[in-house]
Design a binder for this molecule. Structure first.
Ligand SMILES: Cc1ncc(COP(=O)(O)OP(=O)(O)O)c(N)n1
Ligand code: 3NM
Ligand code: MG
Length: 198
């Protein structure tokens, strides 16, 4: 299965309603601090919107709701893995993307036979506080050599202008949040992303 090269991440379904019609084919719903009924409804709606637009939805963190809602993909970080029932995720035939930041995390991720591995933050990110400042493009090249055919996602401080460097360094897909959501014209920015990633 080939992962779409552009992989934006949003924190609510209003972004999906706005941007899926432009042709985004892979998107993550990363919803934090939201009570269960609202969260479940958002994931179900996100899945329906993605199906309608022929896009793939990746649900961040909430693996049980993703299973219940019949979703196809889940993304988990290392702390999420401490709590998640990976065999249940596999039994439900969800594809699994995993975050990595160092070799120990990569070894753990690879032991779980992931459907992609994400490396970040490639550049400094303003979205969340992290103990890693920036990994750099060289680390993407190192990761790609280590993971072989497993798709590699570059995340953290990515922009339209930086995407080419990440692909050249070995990334198969590039994720972005604030490059789109803080842009004065998110629709225009997504069109630029689609142009550089086609
Ligand atoms: C594509 C992608 N890569 C990394 C992350 C980060 O996941 P995690 O470390 O679990 O942190 P949170 O996003 O849950 O704060 C991601 N979500 N997506
Ligand atoms: C959610 C997330 N995870 C990261 C990691 O390195 O695991 S970096 C990141 C934030 C990405 O946002 P932006 O594109 O605005 O920098
Ligand atoms: Mg997480």
């Amino acid at each position: 299965m080939t992962l779409s090269r552009f992989y934006p991440i949003f924190d609510n379904i209003r972004w999906l309603e706005r941007l899926l019609p432009l042709g985004v084919k892979l998107v993550q719903l990363r919803i934090k601090d939201t009570p269960e009924p609202e969260l479940r409804a958002a994931i179900e709606k996100g899945q329906a919107l993605c199906r309608h637009h022929g896009a793939v939805l990746v649900v961040n963190d909430h693996w049980q709701i993703a299973i219940d809602a019949g979703c196809d993909w889940i993304h988990l970080g290392q702390e999420d893995l401490d709590e998640a029932d990976v065999p249940a995720i596999r039994r439900a035939e969800l594809k699994l993307g995993l975050s990595t930041h160092d070799r120990t995390e990569l070894d753990r991720a690879l032991s779980l036979d992931p459907d992609y591995v994400a490396l970040g933050p490639v550049y400094p990110t303003i979205l969340k506080k992290m103990k890693w400042h920036q990994q750099g493009l060289e680390k993407l090249t190192e990761w790609k050599a280590l993971i072989g055919d497993v798709p590699l996602v570059a995340i953290g401080g990515m922009s339209v202008e930086r995407a080419g460097g990440a692909y050249a360094a070995g990334a198969d897909a590039v994720s972005a949040v604030t490059d789109i959501t803080l842009n004065d014209n998110p629709e225009g920015r997504v069109r630029q992303w689609l142009e550089v990633t086609k």
